[in-house]
Design a protein around this ligand. Sequence first.
Ligand code: C2E
Ligand code: CA
Ligand code: CA
Length: 839
Amino acid sequence: MDRFADRRFEAFFEGAEPVVSDARVAPDRDDPLSSPHFDALIPPLIRWIADARGRLLVRGESPHASTDPFPAIRSGYDWRRALDPVDRKALLQAATHSANPRPLRVRMMGADGERRWAGLRMTCVSTGRGGTRWYGTIEYLPDLQDEVCALREALAEAREHYRWSVELNPQVPWTARADGALEEIGPRLREMTGISLDPRSHLRWNDMLHPDDAVATMARWDDHVQSGEPIIVEQRVRLTDGGYRWMRSKAAVRRDARGEVIRWYGTLEDIHDQKVAQDALAESEGRFRLAVQAAGLGIWDFDIETGARTWSPELRAMLGLADDVPATQECAMALVHPDDRSILQNMMATVARREATTHFEATLRIHRADDGALRWIRSMGWTTQSAGGRPKRVLVTFQDVTDQEEADARIRWAAGHDAMTGLPNRAAWQATLEQMTARADETGERFGLMLFDIDDLKRTNDALGHDAGDALLCEFAARLLAMAPPGAVLGRLGGDEFGLIATSLRDSDALQAISAAILENIRRPYVHDGRSLDCGVSIGGAVYGEHGRQAGELFKSADLALYASKASGRGRVTLFHSDLRAQAQQHSSMIRMARQAVSDKLITPYYQPKVDLHSGQTVGFEALLRWHHPRLGVQTPATIAAAFENCELAVAMTDRMLDAIVRDVRRWIRAGFDPGRVAFNASAADFMDDDFAQAVLRRFARGGVSPRHFEIEVTETVFLGRGADNVARALHRFSKAGVRVALDDFGTGYASLSHLKQYPVDVLKIDRSFINHLEGDAGDAAIVDAIVKLGTSLSIEVIAEGVETQRQRELLIDHGCRFGQGYLLGYPAPFVSPPKTAT
Ligand code: C2E
Ligand code: CA
Ligand code: CA
């Protein structure tokens, strides 16, 4: 657009106005104003006259002849040759068009061959003879010389300046005619677009737009023409290579006084890179938004520089907040669960610190604003930084993780709880016990531990089905929970075993008191499916500090106490005492010895005779277990009593005994000796195997001895134990096969007359304890009397155990008791063939 500068330059050449006319500068030397002093002031002025064709007829002298600047111009000389070709053309043109042309500034050849600036004035005057003469002056303009040089330099500088500013300016100017034909465009745009401004091409500026943008741009354009507002449009401009570049076009029309459009003025700014970046950003933002939506994230956005906070629509939906509720901290705080408010406060404090490294994660609970629902929200926040590393904004994402949290909670709960009763399971409860022990170690704070074992859960399960058993368990747990002291931790430790830990149980008295209350409460029968169920419980208790300091030791103490409760008849409470530990040690030593006795085949039967008290005749024997201790010699069952409660050992011992008994009886018979009935003792464990009776009978058959030679002795406890159902079946099988059934230790324990009806009982063995004090205790005598009468009326044989004195024998005879067994009548003794009987 150098033409803008060029105009300035051209104006300079045309701009000289006529200063003086020839007529007024009359050379009248008499006139003081014609003084030669003026000659020195005015520049050299040469007068000349030329003919109509411009040939120089005469020229005046320069006032300072010595310094004639144009000596080449002489009369007869075609002075036009002294002129610069451009000036010559201008001069000819001026002379052809007017008789009185405007003064001209021309370059003329000087004396030294240099061209010099001169002012040329002329006028055409008629000669009166039909011809014409040119009268003119040439004025030497030395100052102009410098001015031109300066202007030239200025122009060059201006051009450079212009070029630089235009080229560096992102905005490229353009103009277009009223009809839209491009008139001028910046060089950069020309280069880029390859547009030529050939007037014949009549290129309209919208010809260079992308077809998709042209229509919209034109519509805007028309609107603009109507309203007169400047227009700003972003559009793609076609390049020489056929591609397009994004440009921002600003344009306005200039109108004349009548309102007609004179010209369009505009700029095009290359915004391609910016636009591409913007599009990329918009696309990435779009992707981000989609990802955020897909992930169900809500966004809280805090612009640190402006302080603006925004909650995304997803976040509002998550919180149940309407769109018009302002995004304030107070509002957020009010929604958060009171227990989790400190978490939010910490988050806010982190944000307020405006650290460049802010990053946090937290999960908290809120109550939704609209429906009050409790939801778990996980939030993650971080700070973005400006290019200068200053924190710019804090972005926090929120996710409703309620479902996940609930699933986790369910899994966590299930891992630590018993599904049926909802109480902590063994592992969780024991972890609590460990924690409390550790804490007590530090603080010295005491606590109590109770273990519970539901009596006869098995019986309920077997008799009424597992639903009834489960209901019993749940009812037990509920009652225990209701009775438990505040802060107690309950747990279901397995099958029918429960535990309780409570800090309020500081000593044995507190434990005893609560146990008594629980026993009382649990004992109340409850109804399931229209049936009343009993629920007894055995309790063992221990106190931290008193009965142990380690979790394991404490548990063991309570467990020993529980075992003692169960062993002493159930429905009881036992607090740990040191004897229990001794007993426990004794118990395990018994088990150890029994195991050794079994494995080393040290077990052997001793036979104690059963005697007719009148005649003194042996009617049979009871086989009693003895085992041979390697150092201590023959041992009684009392040394391994615990083993009879141990299923595996009890069965093994019966097995060994029967082996020997069958062999011994066979030997007796083969030796021609009739031992009468030989009784063997069976324990509850033997009846666990439903095949017990058959197995024994097979054994007799294998040994070649008739079942009639045998009697089985059971105590009433076998009717109460786990294999109770089997017991009835087994006893009936024995009875049917000819084996007599004796009820041992009769009158103690759970003596129930219904047993006599229920089971095929042939013999009642009056327990030794009644015989012991028969002489002095009227009560015992009455019991013996009653048992004898009961036997007589039910046709059940009665035998007295533990007959030690003659007096006892006599009294028994008096009471009508026919048979007896005891040291008086014969000690248990090993097999001899045939055995001797003591009388
Ligand atoms: P039990 O069945 O009541 O056996 C009678 C116990 O009284 C025997 O003790 C016997 O030695 C003892 N006894 C007999 N006469 C007298 C007496 O006049 N005075 C005193 N003070 N005691 C007398 P033992 O042999 O020590 O057996 C104890 C218990 O061990 C038995 O009591 C029985 O319950 C159990 N037992 C013995 N052998 C076996 C067996 O082979 N299997 C099973 N399951 N239990 C057995
Ligand atoms: Ca017995
Ligand atoms: Ca007995």
